[in-house]
Design a protein around this ligand. Structure first.
Ligand code: ACO
Length: 326
């Protein structure tokens, strides 16, 4: 028995922040941002819209697309580093907003690898009979945690949500056919939000020093990312027993076009078979893969029978992949 994707959804805030807008905020240029990252614009959520609200339309689309109603959902997994609050979970808040039954729901933090980890978790839960239909959501509001005075990070990130409903497949040929996940806490310092947790509870000092914002060592992150993306891709394909020549689409985490191009080159995957959204949305962390997946499905790029590799890396560090046959 395999687990398959029954429906997908995505939601992006309407407000667009262009590189030209950023030129007025920090000492940067459109040329620098495009050449170093591939980003031209990103979406910014309104102050009063929490992650659960941003996720709601994406979750509804995924449930509708699966031909199900909220009462059919047996569990909700939410990947996010920007939950509405530390607790209760965004998953429980979303459950209530969707009008689901009383079902288990929890958030988990796997950085940008969140959706990949979520599909692996959901696959296991379905195969062990713990749940039949699982809503896997990734939602991030990174514009609320970046330091808008730090040009090295604020130009890179954006907001968005992606979702999928997964369930058992009637056809053994369709569904998640391969996976890989890994992590390495020894490089945790490369990418973190230092304050606000039990290590450094909020204080005037942490606010003054902007320790409640995203801190990243860009170069170290870059080097770790390219290694992780290659490893996750190769191991995922090996697990699926699929050669890269037979792969139809690569959907990589959208952190930097250079990381994406490097990964494609190492895999010998032509760029016209790689789904790219970074130019219009920037890095939306865990949401980037499900948003790109949803768009590729809805635009008709991914067709019945296609083999698709989802691959991501992120804070933790974490990295992983799913190989899915549609
Ligand atoms: N505009 C203009 N100049 C800038 C900007 C900016 N926005 N940001 C940095 N610079 C300057 C730096 O100050 C530096 O100047 P200096 O040489 O005078 O000191 C110069 O540009 C070069 O900086 P580098 O950091 O070396 O630039 P690099 O080519 O490495 O690109 C970048 C930086 C884009 C951040 C790159 O390192 C990167 O993409 N890293 C990985 C980021 C990533 O993947 N993050 C996500 C990880 S997981 C997740 O998605 C949450």
């Amino acid at each position: 028995m395999r687990t398959r994707i029954l429906g997908t959804g995505s939601n992006l805030p309407e407000k667009i922040l262009t590189n030209a807008d950023l030129e007025k905020m920090v000492d940067t240029s459109d040329e620098w941002i495009v050449s170093r990252s591939g980003i031209r614009e990103r979406r910014v959520v309104d102050e009063d819209i929490p992650s659960s609200e941003l996720a709601l339309p994406a979750a509804r689309q995924a449930i509708d697309g699966a031909g199900l109603s909220p009462e059919d959902i047996d569990a909700i997994l939410v990947a996010t580093v920007t939950p509405d609050m530390a607790f209760p979970s965004t998953a429980c808040l979303l459950q209530n907003k969707l009008g689901c039954r009383q079902v288990p729901g929890f958030d988990f933090s796997a950085g940008c690898t969140g959706f990949i980890y979520g599909l692996i978790l959901a696959d296991s839960l379905i195969k062990t009979g713990s749940a039949k239909h699982i809503l896997v959501v990734a939602v991030e509001e990174l514009t609320k945690i970046v330091n808008w005075e730090d040009r090295s990070t604020c130009v890179l990130f954006g907001d968005g949500a992606g979702a999928a409903v997964v369930g058992p497949s009637e056809n053994d040929d369709v569904g998640i056919v391969g996976k890989y996940w890994s992590g390495d806490g020894s490089v945790a310092d490369y990418l973190k939000l230092p304050a606000g947790g039990s290590l450094m509870p909020p204080s005037q000092k942490t606010l003054d020093e902007k320790l409640h914002t995203l801190h990243m060592l860009g170069n170290e992150t870059f080097k770790t990312a390219v290694r992780a993306m290659e490893e996750a891709s190769v191991e995922g394909l090996k697990n699926a027993n699929i050669d890269v020549e037979d792969l139809d689409w690569l959907i990589p985490h959208q952190a930097n076009i250079r990381i994406i191009e490097f990964t494609a080159k190492r895999l010998k995957m032509p760029m016209d078979r790689v789904i790219i959204t970074i130019d219009k949305y920037g890095n939306t962390s865990a949401s980037s893969v499900p948003i790109a997946l949803d768009e590729a499905l809805k635009s008709g790029k991914i067709k019945h029978g296609d083999d698709v590799l989802l691959v991501a890396f992120g804070a933790g560090f974490t990295w992983g992949s799913n190989v899915i046959r549609f």
